[in-house]
Design a protein around this ligand. Sequence first.
Ligand code: ATP
Length: 294
Amino acid sequence: MLSVHDLTRAYGDATVLDGVSFDVRPGRVTGFVGANGAGKTTTMRIVVGVLAATRGEVTWDGAPITVEQRRRIGYMPEERGLYPKMRVREQLAFFGRLHGQSREEAEQRAHELLARLGLEEREHDVLETLSLGNQQRVQIAAALMHRPDALVLDEPFSGLDPIAVDSMVSLLRDEVSAQVPVLFSSHQLELVENLCDDLVILSRGRVVAAGAVEDLRRREADRFRVVLAQGSDAGTLRDLPELTVLDAAGPEALVELREGPPEKVLEIIQRTAPVAEFARVVRPLAQVYREVVR
Ligand code: ATP
């Protein structure tokens, strides 16, 4: 498992990361989301070791990560890093050889990855003649060349059409099923919430929510719409310590439960007035995200 603990990074007087901690679990795809400037790239650079943290550490299976383990991470940097004038397959094979693969092994792996990404026919073309989306696919192939032990991908889906996103996701799923932890960043939660298993939401250098997507959705599910009998005033619910009234108008209110299971709270409300309706309000994660990154 790849983890970061209490990462803090300052540039001069500006603290851009402030005590960031989270895990990237093997067998799971972790989405790292936050608005522009939240600190995602800074975190990823510290993880792969191209930038030092002011404080905090990166661990692999609980121990400080070593240089050798860092070399085994497949990294797709935000600034991308391919040679525009080099041929696609030749370039990938070159990266494979830098990681110690034989010429034959590197050529074979490059061909296999390009085929998986639907770029077989372009493998002998010069990179810069490919569309930007296809260049991006080649970039992800570059990160996968050495069969990495972990993947750290900075905005891998930006600018891709839905079909390209799908093929990239299926490639990542294959890696994940081989127990490779995958961390990828995005500023578009709507795009990624269905692609990942775990989410880390970063806002202004701090983690504001982290966990399994399902749990995060469920955690948001403690809001209820209450409709009391005609003529009742839902404002009176403000007197109940078991809930917080977020909004009330006439017999209707939006409440958040503070304690107790919903059945118990319903029983308590019923003691104040007959209840016509009591229903859970599930807010989409996208709405929660907009609120936390504001
Ligand atoms: P984006 O989605 O726009 O790439 P991000 O979440 O990746 O955003 P970072 O690139 O990590 O955010 O930037 C976090 C903050 O750190 C920003 O306010 C940025 O201006 C600042 N920052 C990044 N690099 C430097 C630097 N070399 N010197 C000073 N400030 C920097």
